[in-house]
Ligand binder design. Sequence first.
Ligand code: C2E
Ligand code: CA
Ligand code: CA
Length: 959
Amino acid sequence: MRFLKILLLVLSAWLATLAPVAALEAVEVPANADAIDLTSAVDLYSGTGASLQVSTAPGADGIVRRIEVNSRDDENTSWAVFALSNPGDEQIDRLIVAPFFQLVGSRLIWPDLGASRIASITPSQGIAPERQSSQEADVFLVTLDPGAVVTYVVELRTENLPQIRLWEPDVYKDTVNAYTLYRGIILGISGLLALFLTILFVVKGTIMFPATATLAWSVLAYLTIDFGFWNKVLQITPGDEQLYRACAEVALAASLIIFLYAYLNLNRWHIRYSHLALATLILVLGLLGVAVWDPSVAAGIARISLGIIGVLGFAIIVALVAQGYDRAIMLVPTWVLLLSWLVGAGMTVTGALANDIVQPALAGGLVLVVLLIGFTVMQHAFAGGAIAQGLISDVERRALALTGCGDIIWDWDIDRDRISTGNEVEELLGLKQGLLEGPARDWLDVLHPQDRDTFRGTLDAVIDQRRGRISQAFRLRSEDGHYRWFRLRARPIIGSDGEVIRCVGTLLDITEQKVTEERLLHDAVHDNLTGLPNRELFLDRLQAALARARAEGLARPSVLMIDLDRFKQVNDSIGLSAGDSILLTVARRISRQLKPQDALARLSGDTYGLLLLSEQSADRVAAFADAIRRAVRSPITFGDQEVFLTSSVGIAIYEGNESEVSAPEMMREADMAMNHAKRMGGDRVEVFRPSLQSSGASRVELEADLRKALNTDGITVFYQPIVRLADRSIAGFEVLARWNHPRRGAVSPTEFIPIAEQSGLINELGLFVLDRSARQLSEWQSKFRVPVPHFISVNVSSLQLLRHELINDVKQVLSRSALAPGTLKLELTESVVMANPEYSARMLERLRGLGAGLSLDDFGTGYSSLSYLQRFRFDTIKVDQSFVRPNGRSARPVILRSIIALGHDLGMQVVAEGAETESDSLELHQLGCEFAQGFLYGQPMEASEATKLLQAEMEALSA
Ligand code: C2E
Ligand code: CA
Ligand code: CA
């Protein structure tokens, strides 16, 4: 059995050696054949030794001879054998051509980088083929006699012979020439491109250009080697050529990485891109070293990395495209081409694509890729980048600056009477595009009526005077009827005839700024109508005067508190603006009595404080006070009316060192004296004396009374309707506490709430109001079923908020009375919240969490900052009465509108307080306010009355 196996093996081995000998068959060479591929007709003997013995092909006579050939160079041990026959009757000349390098089938790993293949050719008969000179192939001329069959033994320099062909000499020459022309063109384009990109780099200087230039040069280098151009210029030894080819392939891969890195600005995106690029670059450049040692290994790795770079690069490009990076987007087509080139090259190298034209086609394709890359890059050189780099003119700089600052350009061509402005204005206002592009008069329709005249006037003035600048703020009406503020800054441009030909400038949306300004203005006006120092400043000055009196013992200060009698009535009868001018007149009259060292302040509504230093003795001070009283007393003419006013004056005199009196104490003393004067009927002067202090006991008394009232139903709860302005239906009620004092009658909450706060009764009071009103609401809600249930809005004192019990109180009340969600609202003033923002924020969140609505009371009177408003999530703001009631200034709608808009912007509902007249109501509705409260809709009323009101509304509805 075993023997049989060995026999079989030996037999097959013998057959194998025999087979090629028997198979050698001559290739017929017809006279008209241009090129015959011999590659498959060749028998290869690799590594057989320094000499070869073979049988020839059978000759015309059918005889097979054996010939032996010795190699010329002992190192060559491989052979190739083929036979040719000339069946015709003419002698023919042919070229045997074996190219040095073949991209086709040159392999990806350990590629064949080309070399001279044939050392010599020995024929079985006739003269030896003659080597022709060629830079890229082994070329031998053979002559075949008619009828001859010649066997050729080829001594090979390498182990394999990728291609061998038999060419008609003229055809071969033509083909070579044709390729030379093609190569010349390709080289020319590629050379020009490399040069051009290099020059661009010199001009532009951005990293993108040298990177692209490097790529272009690498391609050029590769092509010159591939085309055997260098062999022609330099005398290159065969081994060196492989080295160069490998180096060129490595350079191609490396420059592609550099390009990708530089063009896509990869260092900008993520540091890992930089690392990746640097690592691959170092790796690829390291290959140059490898190339010296073994070009084939280096070239193989370069080819593989080229593929990897292609794919990886594509992935990066796609990632950046997803981020909307426009450079990446522009590179996509180029990269797709590169990828397809890589696929083609890969197929060629592995032999899947094998024909004569792929190699030159790939060379052309490579140039095309670089060309595309070049175009992509140049686009950047000549498009956007141009202006932003290097030298720019002053005009360009200005244009850029304008673009940068985002102002809208406003240009009025006066001759054609056309205003052009960016469509930003129309966008801001929500107007139709192009509405503001046209004659200047078109703007008048959009301008605020109050701004029209100034706008027209300013434009006219500039044209008339031919100089100056326009700097004007005006309002433009937006689609929804709101106005936005703009500031126009422009300058006339004078033509050659000295006339103004156009006005050019910028337009800026200053609405935000204006709103803030108005707010500040408002605060300022409210704080000092009279321009007098306010309470704080007065206290400060008094303190300073007291300190000086103590230290120097000189001028002893006295404090006069001057309060107008029955001013409220006067105010109510003649109107607030008249009231204001009375306050001003009085301030002026008092001021006239003062000496420079004295100071007058307005302490509150109709109370003035006077720091008197010019008089020292008690009776002189009293006389001075009386002079003031008389000054105020003389009638004030207002229009055709005469108003008689009197005042009560309280005096506190600094007694000297023995009693260390503080400034607030002195003020309190003066206040008590003044109050005493009031009690005595007004129009008098009273000096403080300690006995007056006993009347302070009234406070203690009141406190006790209040305590009693809380336990004996002395406190009642009143309800004031809050209506929807759209249809005047009742949306809910504000809950207001009332105290009917057994002796003093109705005590205002402005009086007893502070007492309750000071005595701590406020918590009890608060809980009482909360509980009582919640029960009431629950009753209403079950009785009157309306689409949106009624709500109540309960005032909460700052002291209540500061205590944790409030949470429990609200929780209890809510659980006891099943109210519709969100219908119990708590009203808080800004000051409460601002005083302790951190804590308040937490409390408010918890209250919200319980389901209570939050209402910001008296909005606009405090110092609410926007950031706070955003932070505390109130769902309603209540605009203070002072904004709603007209005070003789036209500023009302502007401020109101800002506040309402602000509230809505922050997603809050807006309730306006103090609507007293029909016109208030109408205006509020027009300003976009949705809720209002005020005497117009109803005074604070008892629960029974409120119930009647609701009942009436229900009946009206069902009727
Ligand atoms: P407020 O919260 O600003 O309440 C609105 C005040 O404006 C009420 O005065 C109301 O009667 C009055 N009012 C309503 N409509 C008009 C109008 O058209 N014109 C005018 N001139 N005034 C109008 P009231 O009831 O005297 O309350 C004064 C303040 O006392 C309230 O101001 C509130 O801060 C406080 N207050 C009232 N009840 C309570 C309460 O139960 N608890 C706490 N903590 N404070 C309360
Ligand atoms: Ca309130
Ligand atoms: Ca209020």
